[in-house]
Structures are given as structure tokens and as C-alpha cells.
Design a protein around this ligand. Structure first.
Ligand code: S6P
Ligand code: ZN
Length: 194
């Protein structure tokens, strides 16, 4: 039997507790995604910084279940490109996701397999709806950690391979002190792998 439960999100300690799974991604996990490869190697040589933590409550992936949790994305840049999450399509392509921003300042970059793109602001109180078929990636353009609660169907699964290979069509870089959404010159349009 599935039992009701609650967790606490602590906006100062930057965590959700209790949770079923806690995972972290470091700069080395995003190899090939940042535009400035020299800056990437330089940062990596300095010590492979933590980019983000994900706290999740899971289940058995059955129809009707909602997985949910907290993403904590650190501030920083590789060259002029802001820290971001790896980004993915859902393996069950048509599954959607809701993000509720709790702290920080950033954007949700999104794109479809056909290459349509969208970008929604993330700031405390803003809710971003990611419809099915849209790949999604959080980008932190602020000085503080970017925190967001997320909820998605338990059977969604993740396709990371497509983004690893083609990147996102748009990237967010700092231009004269401001974030700018620009075309990714290395974006490699190809069909989704799965
Ligand atoms: C899962 C949901 C989030 C992300 C998290 C980290 O569908 O979108 O839990 O997993 O924000 O991003 P990523 O791209 O490394 O999974
Ligand atoms: Zn997702």
C-alpha cells in the first residue's frame, strides 16, 4: 500500500528531508555541454565543482504516481555560460512536469524534438509548466542557489542521450553583465534517439 507522506524543504540549508534519493552532479557530468571547452577544462582542473543536488521522493513508477523533489542549482559560470542542469527529454516523451521556483533567479530552457524552443523565467513564486515532448534544463543566472520543487509522473523515465549528443538549441550566456539567450553554434539537430 502506498502511504501518504510529507517532506520539509529548507531554503537555508538547501535540502529536502526526508527523501528517498539524493544525487549530485558535478562539472565533469556535463562534459561536452558548455560552449567554451577551454574554460571547461580549466575549471575541471581546479577541482570539479558541484553544480547541483537533486532530492527526490520516488515510488514504484506505477501509473498514477507522482515523483517529486527539489533541485538546488549552484551559481557560477563556465566562461560566459551560466551553470545549468544536464537537461533531458522524458523517456515517455509525452509526460509533463511542473516546477515551482522557491529561491534564486534563472530560466527554464525547453525544446521539442523538432527544434522548437522556449525559455521561461524562474524566480520565487513562478510556476513553470513543461508540457510533454519538451526537453528541459534549468539555468542559474543569479548570485545565489536556484531552488525549485518539481513534480512529474513516476513512469516518465529520462532520456539524457539525445541532449548529450545534440545539446540545446539555445544557451544562456552573460553579455555585458546581463543574461542573454543565444543560438548554440554547436547544436546538432537530429532525431531523438529513443
Ligand atoms: C526529473 C526532473 C528533475 C531533474 C533535475 C536535474 O524529470 O526534471 O528532477 O532531474 O532538475 O536535472 P537533470 O537534467 O540532471 O535530470
Ligand atoms: Zn524532467
Amino acid at each position: 500500500m502506498r502511504l501518504p507522506r510529507s517532506s520539509t524543504i529548507d531554503l537555508s540549508l538547501l535540502l529536502m528531508t526526508p527523501c528517498d534519493e539524493r544525487s549530485e552532479r558535478k562539472l565533469s557530468d556535463l562534459r561536452g555541454q558548455f560552449l567554451d571547452t577551454e574554460a571547461y577544462e580549466r575549471e575541471l582542473a581546479r577541482g570539479d565543482p558541484l553544480l547541483y543536488m537533486v532530492y527526490q521522493n520516488l515510488g514504484h513508477g506505477g501509473a498514477g504516481e507522482l515523483y517529486h523533489g527539489l533541485t538546488v542549482l549552484q551559481p557560477g559560470r563556465v566562461g560566459c555560460e551560466y551553470y545549468m542542469t544536464k537537461g533531458h527529454f522524458h523517456a515517455a516523451l509525452d509526460t509533463s512536469e511542473v516546477y515551482y521556483c522557491l529561491r534564486g533567479k534563472g530560466y527554464m530552457l525547453m525544446e521539442t524534438p523538432q527544434g522548437d524552443t522556449a525559455c521561461e523565467a524562474m524566480a520565487p513564486g513562478l510556476v513553470v509548466y513543461v508540457p510533454g515532448t519538451w526537453a528541459h534544463r534549468m539555468v542559474n543566472v543569479g548570485e545565489d542557489p536556484l531552488l525549485a520543487l518539481f513534480v512529474y509522473p513516476g513512469y516518465a523515465g529520462h532520456d539524457y542521450g539525445t541532449i548529450e549528443q545534440r545539446g540545446f538549441r539555445r544557451v544562456i550566456v552573460e553579455r555585458t553583465g546581463q543574461p542573454a539567450v543565444v543560438d548554440n553554434p554547436r547544436w546538432n539537430r537530429q532525431d531523438r534517439r529513443h
